[in-house]
Ligand binder design. Structure first.
Ligand code: MG
Length: 352
């Protein structure tokens, strides 16, 4: 039987059974953003209602913690949270927001003093984001082109790119790791520079790296595995996963082998474990949370949540279309939208 969110009989029932309130306070949500809370620049009406329920407008009269987990990125967490707060009409704090490259924070200590190459985003936006995470020597491929235009003679730096480039002599800088934070704007330049760095063992322009040499190979980290994503265009667009395929195909044609890499982002285990830590901290140190993930993408949101041992709810407001057959990864529950998903999860707690 459906029970209304604010019905007085339920409130009084809950008052008399404080154990239920305790159960409700062990509940926490992780929301995907695109196709769940917003579509393009527009907030979905059900999202505003769902967040109001979590803000205390529920039968328990309690606030239920939630975080947002997206494979998007390309700007700082603060910038994106400001945009989302505006769109959704509630304050979204950086402490409750994880985008594809936020997870890099958990490994930055290994590279703090290592020169690294960060790819993706516009201009040098991601240099500042990476410095904010704790990297001290961050370079991008436009810096490389400003150092030596013949590295890739098919792109002329704009005045803006030249201004934001960091002066460096890359013939003397051993790059220790490449992080693909977000979708590169110039695949050709970036694939060329990646091949230069990875084949030489770090120094652009040095001869190909010999495996018998004792130097540690350059680490390669991708932050979002999505092959395609949905912009406001009718058909899916190539994502960072497609860039990885293109890079690996070129690298294999050159060397006969693909390059080993670390993958972050949904649905990887590392990203879900990181999310549990962030959510636990946001929920005031509660480490025994029942986590419900609400997503629109069976292959990332649902697959990752199921593997992490969370409950998963698949909504029909984004990429998943129930008319095209059952999802590849079966969720705990399917809901029409995020509001129905939240109400269903609350209902589960009441029935326990
Ligand atoms: Mg989505």
């Amino acid at each position: 039987m459906y029970m209304y969110v604010n019905s007085a009989p339920i409130k009084s029932f809950v008052r008399h059974y404080p154990g239920l309130k305790r159960l409700a306070s062990s509940l926490a949500f992780v929301f995907d953003i695109d196709g769940v809370l917003v579509r393009g620049k527009r907030a979905l009406p059900a999202a505003k209602r769902a967040l109001a329920i979590l803000d205390g407008n529920n039968r328990f009269g309690i606030k239920i913690p939630y975080i947002l987990l997206t494979n998007g990125g390309g700007v700082s967490e603060v910038t994106r949270c400001n945009e989302l707060s505006e769109q959704l009409g509630v304050q979204i704090k950086p402490e409750q927001y994880i985008q594809a490259h936020t997870v890099v924070r958990s490994i930055v200590h290994k590279y703090a003093d290592t020169p690294v190459l960060v790819l993706g985003g516009r201009g040098d936006t991601l240099r500042h984001v990476a410095e904010g995470y704790g990297f001290r020597q961050v370079y991008n491929t436009l810096d490389v082109l400003a150092w030596n235009p013949s590295v890739w003679p098919f792109h002329d730096l704009t005045m803006e790119e030249r201004t934001s480039a960091k002066a460096a002599d890359f013939s003397k800088i051993p790059i220790g790791a490449i992080f693909v934070f977000h979708d590169p704007r110039n695949w050709a330049l970036d694939i060329q520079v990646m091949c230069d760095v990875l084949r030489s063992g770090g120094v652009i322009g040095a001869p190909p790296y010999m495996s018998e040499c004792s130097r540690r190979p350059v680490d390669l980290v991708f932050c979002n595995p999505d092959l395609v994503w949905k912009s406001e265009f009718d058909r899916p667009r190539l994502g960072q996963g497609a860039f990885k395929e293109a890079f690996q195909a070129v690298f294999k044609a050159l060397t006969g082998t693909t390059y080993p890499y670390v993958q972050l982002g949904k649905p990887t285990e590392q990203t879900y474990r990181f999310s549990e830590t962030v959510l636990g901290r946001y929920a005031g140190g509660n480490s025994s949370l029942q986590i419900y993930m609400v997503g629109d993408n069976p292959e990332s949101d649902i697959a990752g949540a199921n593997a992490a041992g969370w409950k998963s709810i698949l909504v029909n407001t984004g990429v998943y279309d129930p008319r095209q057959g059952p999802p590849k990864h079966k969720p705990t529950h399917e809901a029409e939208n995020v509001e129905k998903a939240v109400l269903w999860a609350l209902e589960q707690v009441l029935q326990l």
